[in-house]
Design a protein around this ligand. Structure first.
Ligand code: RTP
Ligand code: MG
Length: 141
């Protein structure tokens, strides 16, 4: 069993897509084992996306990610990291495959509705960024 962190970004929450997005993951067999809604400050968004700090889109991305409420969740299942990214689709909704979350709901390359960890190392760091050990234990018992 593997775990990954997914976020429903501000464009997803503001358009009432929380249930729809979770449905995509659940119908693919991924299990939600921790879940919360929150709004990041600009500083917190910068910390979360620190790996992108040299990218030209870093300032715009962190403005956007702190612009409204998001939903953070931990998904569990076999190959959860790769499967979550498959279900999300490519970063740019215009390039995402049919039937993916980003193809279905994404607005543009930035406002692309969801985030998913890209490796076991990122998943560990990103899960710990949002959730405590106790949240995870509680969600699985
Ligand atoms: P994520 O980290 O959110 O799951 O998305 P990803 O791996 O598919 O894409 P990544 O390269 O990690 O980029 C992180 C987020 O930054 C925004 N972005 N904007 N304007 C642009 O060219 C651009 N490129 C990326 C997107 O919100 C992307 O999901
Ligand atoms: Mg990424």
């Amino acid at each position: 069993m593997e775990r990954t962190l997914s976020l429903i970004k501000p464009d997803g929450v503001s358009r009432n897509l929380i249930g729809e997005v979770i449905r995509f993951f659940e119908k693919a067999g991924l299990k939600v084992v921790a879940l919360k809604m929150l709004r990041l400050t600009k500083e917190e968004a910068k910390q979360f996306y620190i790996v992108h700090k040299e990218r030209p889109f870093y300032d715009s991305l962190t403005d956007y990610m702190s612009s409204g409420p998001i939903v953070a969740m931990v998904l569990e299942g076999e190959n959860a990291i790769a499967r979550c990214r498959e279900i999300m689709g490519a970063t740019d909704p215009a390039e995402a495959a049919e039937g993916t979350i980003r193809k279905t709901f994404g607005l543009d390359k930035e406002k692309n509705t969801v985030h998913g960890s890209d490796s076991p190392e990122s998943a560990a760091r990103e899960i710990a960024f949002f959730f405590s050990e106790l949240d995870l234990i509680s969600g699985t018992r």
